[in-house]
Design a protein around this ligand. Structure first.
Ligand code: UN1
Length: 506
């Protein structure tokens, strides 16, 4: 991985051009979940490091906000091109540090490239509206201005793509950003920072447009409480998001929260199982069940329940589980031992509640699996109301839930959880599909027909309702949260007509 510049990394932060915090003795060694090898050691940021980074980001904002938006887009275009050059190396590192299979690591870098392209186009489309004033010879319009320093807290499971969804939009919007990657996957962050560095240097841009800080939850808490950071975008667990949301809310800042999901696929009696099954299996075991959009619940009509169950039980024993960089692997390891423990305890708990484990749930042993992080994906027959089913377990457990009667019964089950990220229905029946998509249908931020719950495209707004946090990032008009809106009224008459017909003679 030498070409990515991550070796011998001993700094806790970077402002793009300058690296700092190297004297810090508090370090963290990063092991690959794939084979346990040490990939690198990073220094953890101190409170002083944090202050230095915020100062740099604030300073850079003063310049960056004056650069015309399409010119900012040009910088993002160059970042996209650099990412193209490094796609293979970065994709491999994502796979090795996080544990997702190579194709997914490469796919994640492709999402970064795609959001760069999206942001370049957006840089000429940061539109506001013009309205007709009620007063004669007045003009009224709105404009969007850069917001300031944006804090980005990203999760281990999409260590680089989710950062880019935020950072590339923030960049064309004229904001500077401070990225705190997950402590579990900081090296991909370091690699990305090295890639960006060249673009900043080539363009003679100020330090501190893109900042990286490697730190623990305390750094995240500082950012959340910091009035100098007007927007904090956080991806991760609902537990973390509540803390961030409370701290940002207490200072009336803006937060963009992308938190836990408890995503379901509904299979009605009119489902095309030929397309449904690959969607279910990819959703449930892809990324070893560690996507916020992973399929956790399968809500199946009773008329096809036994058939679906039998087909899944034929597929699961043949899933290629192994080293994520090895050709042919479809299921890599879990991120770490804590995650394996979470998987095991959820399975124990659900069985106590009455759930029936049909397959999987083992931790694999032997030379190939020496890290103890490889598990066999599990299928459990369960009831929607079980406490374990109501929670998001970030691991490959698929709960089978039976429904009878109309599609509305399945929709009630689908909506009957605290989270509201992604949902889907497989049906060839138009009434069922439209009911699912209607105001009385899925209550999630993402609702799909004849597509699984994971694999959202960057062009749409990404995020969900309820405990998922309500934020939207990536495509559509998600950019608006990265800017401040201003309404402007201009009087070009010779009088001053007041609104509401008020006469105020002075
Ligand atoms: C996440 O798991 O945090 O929809 C994001 C998907 C990906 C993004 C997942 N494009 O599965």
């Amino acid at each position: 991985m030498r070409e990515l510049g991550i070796q011998d990394h001993n700094a806790a932060w970077s402002t793009g051009l300058e690296w700092g915090g190297a004297d810090n003795k508090n370090t963290r060694t990063i092991h690959s979940p794939a084979d346990g090898q040490v990939i690198g050691t990073v220094a953890m940021a101190t409170a002083e490091d944090y202050e230095a980074v915020v100062a740099k980001a604030q300073e850079a904002f003063k310049t960056w906000r004056t650069v015309p938006a399409p010119k900012r887009g040009e910088i993002v275009r160059q970042i996209g091109n650099k990412l193209r050059d490094y796609k293979d190396a970065l994709g491999k590192l994502v796979s090795y540090e996080m544990g997702k299979i190579l194709q997914e690591g490469l796919g994640e870098v492709q999402e970064m490239i795609d959001i760069c392209d999206f942001a370049v186009g957006l840089s000429r489309q940061l539109h506001g509206l013009t309205m007709h004033s009620e007063r004669p010879a007045h003009r009224m319009y709105e404009q969007y201005h850069p917001l300031g320093v944006v804090g980005i807290i990203s999760a281990f499971n999409f260590p680089v793509a989710v950062w880019s969804w935020n950072a590339m939009l923030a960049a064309v919007c004229g904001d500077t950003c401070i990225w705190k990657p997950s402590e579990k996957t900081p090296l991909t962050g370091v690699a990305v920072q090295h890639i960006i560095k060249d673009v900043l240097k080539d363009n003679d841009l100020p330090e501190g447009i893109f900042n990286l800080i490697i730190g623990d939850a305390e750094i995240g808490a500082k950012m959340a409480a910091d009035g100098r950071v007007p927007l904090v975008s956080a991806t991760g667990s609902t537990r973390m998001g509540k803390k961030v949301g409370e701290a940002v809310g207490a200072r009336l800042g803006k937060s963009l929260l992308e938190l836990g999901g408890n995503n379901a696929i509904i299979l009605t009696e009119h489902a095309d199982l030929g397309i449904a099954l690959p969607g279910i299996v990819f959703g449930a075991v892809g990324t070893c069940g560690q996507r916020c959009t992973s399929t956790r619940r399968l809500i199946i009509h009773d008329s096809i329940y036994d058939d679906v169950k039998a087909r899944l039980l034929k597929i699961y024993p043949n899933l290629p589980i192994g080293h994520p960089l090895q050709d042919g692997t479809l299921v890599g390891p879990l991120i770490d031992q804590d995650s394996v423990n979470g998987f095991k305890s959820a399975l124990a708990a659900v069985q106590k509640e009455g759930g029936k484990l049909l397959i999987g749930g083992e931790v694999l042993e032997g030379d190939k699996y020496a890290t103890g992080t490889y598990v066999t994906p599990a299928i459990v027959e369960a009831q929607n109301e079980y406490a374990t089913v109501q929670d998001e377990t970030f691991a490959p457990i698929l709960y089978l839930i039976k429904y009878s009667g109309e599609v509305t019964a399945a929709i009630d089950l689908q909506n009957g959880v605290r989270q509201g990220l992604s949902s889907s229905i497989f049906t060839l029946n138009m009434r069922e599909a439209e009911t699912f998509l209607s105001y009385g249908g899925s209550d999630c931020g993402i609702a799909n027909v004849n597509i699984g719950t994971s694999g959202a495209e960057i062009g749409g707004a990404f995020g969900g309702e309820k405990e998922t946090g309500g934020g939207r990032e990536s495509g559509s008009d998600a950019w608006k949260v990265y800017m401040r809106r201003q309404t402007n009224t201009i009087n070009y008459s010779t009088t001053l007509p007041l609104a509401q017909g008020i006469k105020f003679d002075v």
